[in-house]
Ligand binder design. Structure first.
Ligand code: ADP
Length: 275
């Protein structure tokens, strides 16, 4: 049996340990905050000079005073496109740090699915065509109005579709929209490709930051490995999820499902979605 003395000794020890844990978690919180503040400041500081680089290289590549030869214009275009990649990377890092710090806020507003599919069609149909693959948008239901953060939803879909086009050499990339109006009122955006596919053992990995199915230094496709991890986190913040089905050498399907929100599904009748 323990004496009172022993018991009070133990309670002192326990209290000390709790204090230690408390201190550690406070320190961790502080470090996380410093890290995200640092990243936010850095992104801002990097963006300012980068914007000058982008603006001036664009002016150079337009060559309005006809002072440059073809090769120089080509160089200016390379500076511009490298600058754009860098800007994309900075935005991704900033997004990820915002998400980690719990500071990514969603703005839920009414959005028509027609607006979204129009934007995506405009963004991607030429890109796919240039690569010799087909891009199509399928929606059996009439467009609907959903309550979501338009910018973030489009960010996820842009990421899924640009990946699908990037990792497909021939065939078709499809965005299909399915709406379940029965009980849960769920809308799913299904991005399907006939590309290289992802082996089963790599499938959980691709949603981790900086992870790529082909992690070798000699890999064929560029990228940062940030897009899908950001997309998955954004999907969660939109109260939905992304599910992956893929088969090596056959293709991949990424399905983003979101709650529709709003009382009744607000059917609107706009022209047909582009083929
Ligand atoms: P990134 O495309 O910049 O590498 P992502 O986070 O968007 O980063 O994707 C992570 C990895 O998942 C990719 O590098 C690729 O290996 C794999 N992946 C993503 N989408 C596809 C797809 N549609 N087909 C095949 N592999 C894919």
């Amino acid at each position: 049996e323990q004496t009172n003395e022993e018991l009070s000794e133990r309670s002192v020890l326990l209290e000390e340990r709790n204090n230690e844990i408390q201190k550690k978690s406070e320190a961790l919180e502080l470090t996380t905050r410093y890290k995200s503040e640092f990243l936010a400041n850095m992104s801002h500081e990097l963006r300012t000079p980068l914007n000058s680089i982008l603006l001036l290289s664009r002016l150079l590549s337009e060559n309005n005073n006809k002072s440059m030869v073809a090769e120089e214009i080509e160089f200016a275009k390379v500076i511009q496109s490298s600058g754009n990649s860098l800007l994309g990377l900075i935005d991704e890092i900033l997004d990820l740090s915002k998400i980690e710090a719990g500071k990514m806020e969603m703005e839920f507003l009414d959005v028509s699915t027609k607006e979204i599919t129009d934007n995506l069609w405009n963004l991607f149909h030429l890109l796919a065509k240039e690569k010799g693959i087909t891009f199509e948008i399928i929606s059996k239901d009439a467009p609907v109005v959903i309550k979501t953060d338009k910018m973030r939803l489009e960010q996820i879909l842009k990421n899924l579709i640009s990946n699908a086009i990037k990792f497909t050499e021939k065939g078709t990339v499809t965005l299909e929209i399915k709406i379940n109006t029965d009980d849960d009122k769920i809308i799913c955006f299904i991005v399907k490709d006939t590309g290289i596919g992802i082996p089963l053992d790599k499938q959980p990995l691709v949603f981790e930051a900086f992870q790529q199915a082909d992690g070798s230094t000699k890999r064929k496709y560029g990228g940062t490995g940030l897009g899908l991890s950001i997309s998955r986190e954004l999907a969660k913040l939109l109260r939905g999820e992304i599910i992956l089905h893929s088969k090596l050498n056959e293709g991949s399907t990424f399905t983003l499902c979101l709650p529709v929100f709003g009382s009744a599904l607000n059917k609107i009748n706009l022209e047909k979605i582009p083929p």
